[in-house]
Design a protein around this ligand. Structure first.
Ligand code: ATP
Ligand code: MG
Length: 189
């Protein structure tokens, strides 16, 4: 069983590549962004809380996200493996993930970083905003999200490097090329 963190800035292609890896390996996929958007759609209490943070380009508070992650994880059959997409986004979340997995006799096997230049991220997200209907895919919010990424999430690169788990992959080119780079790492684990 493998636990893989797919990591990268907003628009780096975490969701797209996760779907391809799910097809190929049969992993379970936890996308915290998808969990939150579903909650918003259902109008649940979580959705109501999440809505204002997301449309403001901010992160949902760690304590709430950590609870959501654990309950999402425990509802899955994790025997083949899990891809964590959009979590962790802060050092506190990375520590919580480590603790949660340790309590279940498991651990993170690799952090796969999709590296994409900022100008390309902006371009992709503005393009995606034309069809995604996402409240956060507009220029002003995209800028805030990229700032938040730089301040709160990018420090995880160092954190996972120190843990010996970080693998950096070029996140542009064809989807197949990117997927081949990710697969090569997974196969070597
Ligand atoms: P990508 O385009 O690579 O899939 P993204 O940043 O556009 O990434 P999501 O991962 O779908 O999008 O996240 C959307 C929003 O949901 C975030 O901007 C944030 O407000 C909230 N969110 C998602 N995951 C977390 C988390 N782990 N902690 C706090 N907030 C989160
Ligand atoms: Mg996503």
């Amino acid at each position: 069983m493998k636990n893989i963190v797919i990591f990268g800035a907003p628009g780096s292609g975490k969701g797209t590549q996760s779907d391809m890896l799910v097809q190929k390996y049969g992993f379970q996929h936890i996308s915290t962004g998808d969990v939150l958007r579903q909650a918003i759609k259902e109008g649940s209490e979580l959705g109501l809380t999440a809505q204002s943070y997301i449309s403001d380009g901010k992160l949902i508070p760690d304590s709430l996200m950590i609870d959501i992650l654990a309950s999402t994880y425990d509802a899955l059959d994790t025997s083949v493996g899990v891809i964590f997409d959009g979590f962790p986004r802060t050092i506190a979340q990375a520590e919580a993930l480590e603790k949660m997995l340790a309590e279940r006799g498991s651990r993170v096997d690799a952090m796969l970083e999709l590296d994409v230049p900022t100008e390309m991220l902006m371009e992709r997200l503005i393009q995606r905003g034309k069809t995604s209907g996402r409240a956060d895919d507009n220029e002003e919010t995209i800028k805030k999200r990229l700032d938040v990424y730089g301040q709160q999430t990018a420090p995880l690169i160092e954190w996972y490097t120190s843990a010996g788990l970080r693998h950096k992959v070029q996140g542009y080119g064809s989807l197949e090329e990117i997927n081949a780079s990710l697969s090569a790492i997974i196969d070597s684990l």
